[in-house]
Every structure is written in C-alpha cells, then in structure tokens.
Write a protein that binds this ligand. Structure first.
Ligand code: FE2
Length: 342
C-alpha cells in the first residue's frame, strides 16, 4: 500500500516534470536584458532572437549605473542578463556581486578561454581591436607597435581620447600585464610627450583631427572607422583621410576588447536567459555583430565584414582578458601619475 502511494507520487512528479520540460521546449515567456549598448545596435539582434525562439526581450537601457540598480533591486530584481561592452564593465558587474556562474558546455565550446571569466561569470560575445587611424598623406609606414607610440619621432603627432576612458584603460592595463608597471610608466610618459593636444573627444574625433592635419596618428576602435567610412557625408572625409593600421605588442598581437554578457544572480527567467546567451554566440547573431556593428565575431568560422577585413588579418593578443581586468586600477593610477589627461 505504502509503496503504491509512493509510486503514484513518483508518477505525479514525472508528469509535472514532463509539463515543465514541454513548456521550456515551447520557449514561451520573456527575458529581461539590462544594457549599456545603444538600442539601435542591439534591437535588431533581439528582434531576430524573438523571431527564432518566441521569447520576448524586455530591454532596459542606460548609460551608467546598471550594476548599482541591479544590486539595489536585490532578490526581486527583474534583471536576467546584463549586456555591455568592455572587460572593465564586465568585471565591475562581477565585483558588485550581481552575477551567477553561467554553466554551458555550448558556450565553453564556442568561446575561447581567454574571452571568458575563469569562474564563468562573464562571457564575451564580440570583439573589437584598439588600432591606429594613420594619415594617408603623412604616414607612409604600414606597420607599427604600441611601443613605437612613445618614440620621439612622433612628437606632437598623436591624438587620443582621455587616458581614463575604459578603452584606453584596458589598453594600458594590457601593457602593464605584459611589461610591468615601471616600463608601462615610461611608455605612457613617452606617449603623453608625443600628444598633439590634450586628450579629448571620442575615437571618431581622433580621425577628424588627423583629417584636419592636427595630428598624424589617431587611436581608436576598429568599428568606428567602418562606421565613419560607411556613414554620412560628415564623417566619411575623416575615414577617407586615414587608414587603419593594426598595431602589435612586442612579441604579441593586437589589443582586443570585447562586448559580453553576465547572467544576473537572481535571474527570474534563467532558462530563457541561457537561451539568449547561447543564441548570441550562434551563427546568426555573430553574422549580425560582424555586418551591422562592424565587430569581430567571437566565434571562429564567421566572416568579418569586408570593411573590417580591409584592415588586414587581426592577430589578437593572446593575453586573457581577466589579466587585463586585474591591472585596470594600476592603469588608472598611472594615468593620473603621469598627468596623461592634463
Ligand atoms: Fe564604442
């Protein structure tokens, strides 16, 4: 008697499990994404995802403070996924304690170890490189190292945005990780001494200033040049006046940063969040990153956009991004120490 009650209970559990699995297969429901990315960049991705899976994506966009918001929402936070650019921001999210490890053999297969957190708290989904916009008119060389940016031959010829901006912070942190703080300091002093003007503007403005003859080398991310080149009449001349050189570290490759994802600690729609995260490294999404955002696909075997391919073959620095994140604070301190932004 006792055992037949027990088996009835087991049967009930089995039925409930089947129903749960059935509803998961139907992929109904929604997923809540908090993002720092511009909605015009990510909305087409989410639309395609919803079309493929039937899962609705609710987007909360902001330019700052999302980690704090998720933290203050606590256990009741609706956040499922945080989507952001930059290794620094991904690490900030982990340090804020708002993440949980992502366990996915699919992602582990698609995303190389250097582009994910060793504990699984973040995964990169696309890449960008920090490169040189060189004057077509005044720069003849086709190759350059990051070290050479400190060579006095470039005195008064380099334009760059603030040394405290996250893109430069990651580049400087990578330099520290490779060469140590002392060498990084003298390199940064050399680069500072070569600046044509006080660090200012964004990456596109460095190309604008090269085009205007204020400097010969601008430092910027790969996708901005493609956006200028394929953009409107205002910015096209900035791309026309420059060409992209992929710089390299001594004995290493080109500095890359990423966009990536974090699974929120209290994600109410965890299964849908995992579906979304895995979808983002799928072929369709990776092609969209390549052709709509001009980013490098993270996944091997996806073609880069022809404009980006025109820069030459990217050989990404093999340094794990987690090592760059470890040196973020030191890089920020060094920028202050050498008065880089003054
Ligand atoms: Fe950007």
């Amino acid at each position: 008697m006792f055992s037949s009650v027990n088996s009835l209970a087991r049967m009930a559990i089995a039925i409930a499990t089947t129903i749960a699995a059935g509803s998961a297969l139907a992929q109904s429901g929604e997923v809540n994404v908090y993002t720092y990315r511009e909605s015009k960049l990510v909305q087409p991705l989410f639309d395609a995802f919803s079309k493929d899976t039937g899962i609705k994506v609710n987007v909360i966009s902001a330019s700052s403070g999302l980690e704090q918001r998720i933290k203050s929402e606590g256990e009741h936070s609706p956040a499922d996924v945080l989507l952001t650019v930059d290794i620094g921001r991904l690490e900030d999210a982990i340090r804020a304690g708002i993440s949980q490890p992502i366990a996915s053999p699919t992602l582990d297969k698609m995303v190389a170890p250097q582009y994910r957190d060793p504990e699984g708290h973040w995964y990169a989904i696309s890449m960008r490189a920090r490169v040189i916009y060189a004057s077509k008119e005044r720069v003849t060389q086709n190759a350059i190292t990051y070290d050479e940016l400190a060579d006095p031959k470039w005195k008064g010829k380099i334009c760059i945005r603030s040394g405290q901006h996250m893109y430069n912070n990651a580049l400087f942190a990578a330099y520290i990780a490779k060469h140590g703080e002392a060498k990084a300091e003298s390199w940064l002093r050399g680069l500072k001494a070569n600046l044509a003007q006080k660090p200012s503007g964004g990456d596109r403005e460095t190309a604008r200033d090269v085009a205007a003859g204020k400097c010969d080398l601008g430092i910027g991310n790969t996708y901005y040049w493609a956006l200028m080149n394929n953009g409107g009449p205002n910015q096209k001349p900035w791309a026309d006046a420059t060409r992209v050189i992929l710089p390299t570290f001594e004995g290493g490759g080109t500095h890359v940063n990423v966009s990536g994802v974090v699974l929120a600690k209290h994600a109410p729609n965890k299964a849908n969040a995992m579906t979304l995260i895995e979808w983002l490294v799928g072929e369709k999404a990776q092609h969209m990153y390549a052709d709509m955002n001009y980013e490098y696909p993270l996944r091997a075997g996806i073609a880069v956009n022809p404009t980006i391919a025109g820069y030459g073959t990217l050989n990404p620095d093999p340094l794990p991004l987690a090592k760059i994140a470890d040196n973020k604070k030191k890089a920020a301190n060094l920028v202050d120490k050498v008065g880089f932004d003054n």
